[in-house]
Design a protein around this ligand. Structure first.
Ligand SMILES: NC(=O)c1ccc[n+]([C@@H]2O[C@H](COP(=O)([O-])OP(=O)(O)OC[C@H]3O[C@@H](n4cnc5c(N)ncnc54)[C@H](OP(=O)(O)O)[C@@H]3O)[C@@H](O)[C@H]2O)c1
Length: 290
């Protein structure tokens, strides 16, 4: 059995996967869930059941929290605030950067060390090489509890600002949803002509893989602020062509609503005199604060 006991608060799909990974890695694992019955399978596998949150917190120096959202974390931890003194809290519940900073400040007020985390995986991926978890907050706490955290997934520490894990998590998910919206729109178009999505899928996959060079290519332009360097498809041309995408969708009886927001942004950037530049320049229109 590994020497550091670990507590897991929250046994939904993700919390259960985390607790199971800790058990499999040999950690003495105490579990608590609001609906107690969800602990039964884990207890049968060797987990220790805590009857209350206070008992769960008491059991281990490291408390992994994986609840639904920020409010459920506050509701669960606030009544046991005193018991958290001297504990390390690794909050892997999804939330915003502001909520992460708020939790870090609250934990500090209780005398607890705090790590915020973003799980980049779905439950079946936990403890497999495909999963990783982002961490930010107290570096020393991360290092002290590294063995337990590594049992969940590959750990990536981002920095002392507790908000970083959430920021990266949300940026990665935003990139993912952007890709998903394009994929769904493409399939709707194909289906409008009674073509099977599965027949089109290999070509779409090849195309998207080919276009993934934009990740690094745009990054270079965004960091330098020079969107005019090495342009192979200028924005004025892309903006004109984008009109065809909307028109074609409407002709095919497909709503362009997933795609449409890009059109006015492109047109605005062209009207501002950036038609010779790359699409990467749209990022300059997105900041709402100076
Ligand atoms: N599942 C995924 O694919 C995935 C991937 C990455 C990150 N995450 C994040 O991981 C976290 C947990 O996700 P999940 O998939 O485990 O969700 P879930 O299956 O819906 O479980 C939610 C958990 O939160 C608890 N809970 C909800 N409201 C509560 C409250 N007011 N007080 C105390 N406990 C409360 C639930 O307890 P009861 O059992 O009593 O309802 C349950 O343990 C979320 O923040 C999610 O965004 C999930």
């Amino acid at each position: 059995m590994s020497d550091t006991p670990v507590t897991v608060l929250g046994l939904g799909d993700m919390g259960t996967a985390l607790a199971r990974a800790l058990l499999k890695a040999g950690f003495r694992t105490t579990v608590w869930n609001r609906t107690a019955a969800k602990a039964e399978a884990l207890v049968a596998e060797g987990a220790l059941r805590a009857a209350t949150v206070a008992e769960a917190v008491e059991a281990s120096p490291l408390v992994v929290v994986c609840l639904l959202d920020h409010d459920s974390v506050r509701d669960t931890l606030a009544p046991v605030a005193k018991a958290l003194t001297g504990k390390a809290v690794a909050n892997l519940t999804s939330g915003t950067p502001r909520q992460a900073r708020e939790m870090a400040a609250w934990a500090a007020d209780q005398g607890a060390d705090y790590l915020d985390g973003g799980i980049m995986a779905v439950p079946p991926m936990i403890a497999t090489p495909a999963a990783f978890v982002l961490y930010s907050g107290d570096r020393e706490v991360f290092e002290i509890h590294r063995a337990a955290l590594d049992a969940l997934a590959r750990s990536e520490y981002l920095g002392e600002d507790a908000a970083l894990a959430s920021l990266y998590d949300i940026a990665l998910l935003s990139g993912m949803y952007g890709m998903f919206t394009g994929i769904l729109h493409a399939y709707a178009l194909i289906r409008s002509q009674d073509i099977k999505a599965a027949d089109f899928a290999p070509m779409l996959g090849r195309w998207l893989n080919g276009m993934s060079g934009a990740v690094a290519g745009y990054a270079e332009k965004i960091d330098s602020g020079d969107h005019a360097r090495g342009v192979v498809s200028n924005l004025a041309m892309q903006s004109a062509g984008f009109g065809h995408l909307i028109e074609a969708a409407e002709e095919q009886g497909v709503s362009p609503e997933l795609l449409a927001p890009l059109g006015p942004l492109m047109a605005r950037r062209v009207a501002d005199g950036h038609g010779h530049e790359d699409l990467s320049g749209l990022v300059e229109l997105l900041h709402t604060r100076p």
